[in-house]
Ligand binder design. Structure first.
Ligand code: NAG
Ligand code: NAG
Ligand code: NAG
Ligand code: NAG
Ligand code: NAG
Ligand code: NAG
Length: 467
């Protein structure tokens, strides 16, 4: 940090900035203008380690004379989406700063707010093609000056993801990477791949979905698609329109906040390959062998919790895993989050073996205790079947990470509220921490419980001979 600040100061003096030139800011279009509509105008705002928080508007031509801009360095373009009210995106300064900190590179904000700020969404959609053509011409000039397409990364948010896709397509799919943050859905659902972001647009395309049921796009758009909480509704986002603006944007914007969290290295979210979110929450997709010798993809900093460098980062460094993913074809990976940063849930695989005389249907409520602290999860997205000799696997995800777990409470809730309570016998219950290999599995054997009544027990170390 200190070094960068020093560099910022030095550059102010060397370049004579600060004194005679103000920072160039993202266009702020007022509400009135957005209402009547704006004509497209594309600006490029440059941020580097030497000007982390003071944008410099790069000319579209003759940029070689700009001392801050080194065309041979890697370049990341940040492309925003639809701006119905014309206000600058609240995350723009944060993302430029975090990106510029990742590596010695050029971060270029594609400010097409004049063009995206329009009450009429369809006008903004039409402008995506023009913006893409404009940026493509700029990238052509960069390559004439010695830039390499391999080291160009386009990060597009919402409509910006499709802008990135169009740029990539016009450059023959040769740019190094495109990251799509919740690519826009309206007007892009069901269109052929040429008309939206798709894996042929870059050498490597990674996509994060958070709002597929309203502003986001359903389906698979990249070499790897991350689905946060199934890619639909995000925890902590309002469920009713009474919450005002945030009802509309919260799920969609979560993609950006998850990405920021991965860039600032405060998140560590492991995503599991699966064919659907239903299979994922049913505990059927906990295998990472497909990525061997790497482990499952991680959104965020692979090194926060432990030493595994063998993770795919949605953040920056993907080079080691890219070949694997390209071989695997289009891969869908799923993860669940909490409502707030660092968004991480603590997950356990719960394996039970029941032995009952009668068939019982129910849902499970699981609570973990550590000292006076308790955390609870309800596994109630489907009715579970407890009968004779049945093995069952559940995925239990908790908002808090309590450790060490001193007691576990288990309850099977059946619809049966009148009449006698039936007994349910668990021959074995094994609770294995997921994605935390240093924590041992916890077991308990021969547990007799009644339906709807909670049973609390101390976990034991698992004994393989007990089977
Ligand atoms: C850019 O924003 C900063 C901080 O909001 C402000 O001080 C500065 O005057 C703005 N620059 C221009 C050129 O408007
Ligand atoms: C891109 O847009 C800017 C401003 O809208 C314009 O000055 C520039 O000439 C455009 N570039 C191309 C290749 O059209
Ligand atoms: C760019 O620079 C070249 C030579 O320095 C000059 O001929 C040309 O007119 C310039 N173009 C623009 C758009 O300023
Ligand atoms: C990291 O980013 C997240 C998401 O924007 C933010 O909530 C959090 O405060 C940031 N943490 C740090 C240390 O910058
Ligand atoms: C973590 O990395 C450090 C240094 O690279 C190493 O000394 C240590 O043994 C590693 N720990 C584990 C658990 O792998
Ligand atoms: C219980 O939770 C509080 C607040 O989250 C935390 O400070 C404390 O360490 C926790 N205690 C145990 C035993 O986990």
């Amino acid at each position: 940090m200190a070094l960068w600040w020093f560099m910022v100061l030095v550059s102010f003096f060397l370049l004579g900035r600060g004194e005679d030139k103000e920072c160039d800011n993202f266009s702020d279009v007022d509400f009135h203008e957005a209402f009547i509509g704006t004509n497209l105008y594309v600006r490029l705002l440059l941020y580097t380690r030497a000007n982390l928080d003071c944008g410099y508007e790069l000319p579209h031509h003759n940029f070689t004379k700009v001392p801050l801009f080194h065309v041979t360095r890697p370049t990341t373009f940040v492309i925003h989406g639809y701006r119905p009210t014309g206000a600058p995106p609240i995350w723009i300064n944060h993302i430029t700063q975090l990106l510029a900190e990742q590596a010695d590179m050029n971060v270029l904000v594609v400010d097409w707010n004049r063009g995206a700020a329009n009450f009429n969404y369809f006008t903004a959609v039409a402008n995506t093609r023009h913006t893409a053509a404009n940026i493509t011409a700029f990238i052509h000039r960069m390559t004439e000056e010695g830039a390499c397409l391999d080291s160009i990364h386009l990060i597009g948010v919402s409509l910006g993801a499709h802008v990135a896709g169009f740029i990539g397509a016009m450059l023959g799919g040769r740019v190094g990477r495109i990251t799509g943050l919740d690519p826009a859905g309206p007007m892009f659902a069901g269109v052929p791949p040429e008309e939206r972001l798709d894996p042929t647009d870059a050498q490597f395309v990674d996509v994060l979905h958070t709002d597929m049921n309203s502003f986001g796009l359903r389906g698979v758009n990249g070499h790897i698609d991350f689905y946060a909480n199934g890619g639909l509704d995000q925890p902590g986002c309002p469920k009713t329109i009474f919450a005002g603006k945030s009802y509309f944007v919260c799920d969609h914007q979560r993609s950006v906040f998850l990405y920021l969290c991965s860039l600032n290295r405060t998140c560590h979210l492991t995503a599991y390959p699966c064919s659907s979110y239903t299979d994922f929450i049913n505990g059927q997709c906990m295998q990472c062998e497909a990525f061997y010798p790497a482990s499952c993809p991680v959104l965020g900093n692979a090194n926060v919790h432990r030493n595994t460098t063998a993770n795919i980062q949605m953040g920056y460094d993907l080079s080691q895993w890219r070949d694997k993913l390209l071989k695997l074809g289009q891969t869908k990976v799923y993860f669940s989050t909490t409502a707030e940063p660092p968004y991480r849930k603590t997950s356990y695989i719960v394996d039970t073996v029941t032995w009952n005389q009668y068939l019982r249907w129910g849902v499970v409520i699981l609570r973990l205790h550590s000292g006076k602290n308790v955390t609870e999860t309800r596994i109630d997205h489907k009715l579970l079947q407890f009968e004779k000799h049945t093995s069952m696997r559940l995925l239990a995800q908790f908002d808090e990470d309590l450790y060490p777990v001193q007691k576990i409470s288990f309850r099977i809730v059946t619809g049966n509220v009148i009449g006698p309570r039936y007994k349910i016998r668990l021959l074995r219950i094994t609770i294995t921490p997921l994605d935390l290999p240093e924590r041992p599995p916890m077991c308990r054997y021969d547990l007799i419980m009644e339906e709807n009544a909670e049973v609390t027990f101390k976990p034991l170390l698992c004994d393989e001979s007990h089977l």
